[in-house]
Design a protein around this ligand. Sequence first.
Ligand code: 13P
Ligand code: SF4
Length: 345
Amino acid sequence: TPSEMELRIREIKAQLNDKLFLPAHHYQKDEVVQFADVTGDSLQLAKISAENRDADYIVFCGVHFMAETADMLSHPNQTVILPDLKAGCSMADMADIHQTERAWIELTKLFGNTILPLTYVNSTAEIKAFCGKNGGATVTSSNAKSMVKWAFQQKKRLLFLPDQHLGRNTAFDLGINLQDMAVWDPIQNKLIFEGSDLEEIKVILWKGHCSVHEKFTVEQIAEFRQNHSEFQIIVHPECTHEVVRASDYNGSTHYIIETIKNASPGTKWAVGTEMNLVNRLAAQFTDKEIVSLNPNLCPCLTMNRIDLAHLLWSLENIIEGNPQNIISVDEKTKKYAKIALNRMM
Ligand code: 13P
Ligand code: SF4
């Protein structure tokens, strides 16, 4: 039963004590978050994983790319475990290394040595390594603006992988016109650009997206504006450009949490991000009204794969001396991916 599983997880945590570190992303289920040593957004968790030197085992409650990052930043003696290997990220899956290398050949034919690759951390270790090798870096939603500014100090234009929306929203906020952005379609291996002069292109956006954040729409915002005008709208920049423009505030998971936490009592918020976080904010800040912008709710199904049963299974395996679901990035990939991560950090 759930309560038996909870009891056993508590026992194992007490037994392993400092040998175990259990970070959890803000989008994880409550049943998992209750056992977290730390909760955070992807940037915070990357930094915390890099700092922890005590634990032999890091049981990462998040998705695959986050566990890979934790592995790359952790000490070689530490073992990173993802409780369910199916906890991937549909956005990260939209850019594979072969497509990226193929795209790079075409893009360098078009633009020579004027492009810098930047990848959202929501990407495979191989894509991070590709960026590291080619002078680029990783970004998160918390530092995307400063990283894009940095990229333009290095090169005239950038390739932003794999989330077109975060790339477009960030570049737009930095004053780049939408007409000066093109989209790279990895399936057709083709640049999609509506203007006439390729020289004008400053940002090439990989055609990827988050299936959770793309479900927020301008119609949902219009409905709030019309029928619940006292609500303020706050969304994650993985939402489409139209949704971000129509909202009152946009920013990373950390920004959303801080904005709501610091808002005046009695304020009302419609939030465009993953529903576990929205529900937790609503439960935590009861002096405010906090609802999801999407009436149909929108779980990140892969984040939700980590549950009590998978967590307990991972911990039992550790106790039995037979850890499973170890995330281990090969040395060559790690070397270059760390260059990209360290440029960001
Ligand atoms: P954060 O960087 O805001 O934690 O976002 C990670 C993520 O996967 C959002 O969908
Ligand atoms: Fe990936 Fe979107 Fe889930 Fe974040 S919310 S882990 S980007 S699928």
